[in-house]
Design a protein around this ligand. Structure first.
Ligand SMILES: [Zn+2]
Ligand SMILES: [Zn+2]
Length: 78
């Protein structure tokens, strides 16, 4: 399997080392970010993000989405 991001962005064929746990795309080392999953805990007036144990791998696209989510969560929790 080859990296989806390399193939679509640069028309480059790079062997994949991981699979994104969010969208399922295969990614190379450069396009993989290790992180953690979060569960959303909704309480009145605030959104809290709780880290789930265990590592997750994310492609560069999903990493960007998650950064926005984390930033929104940090703002909400104050
Ligand atoms: Zn890549
Ligand atoms: Zn992804």
């Amino acid at each position: 399997m080859n990296c989806y991001e390399c193939q679509t962005e640069n028309q480059r064929v790079t062997p994949a080392v991981a699979v994104c746990s969010q969208c399922g795309a295969a990614t190379c080392v450069d396009h993989t970010n290790a992180g953690h999953a979060y569960t959303e805990i909704h309480s009145p007036g605030a959104l809290h993000l709780h880290e789930v144990p265990g590592r997750r791998m994310y492609c560069s696209t999903c990493s960007a989405d998650r950064a926005e989510l984390a930033a929104a969560g940090a703002t909400a929790t104050g």
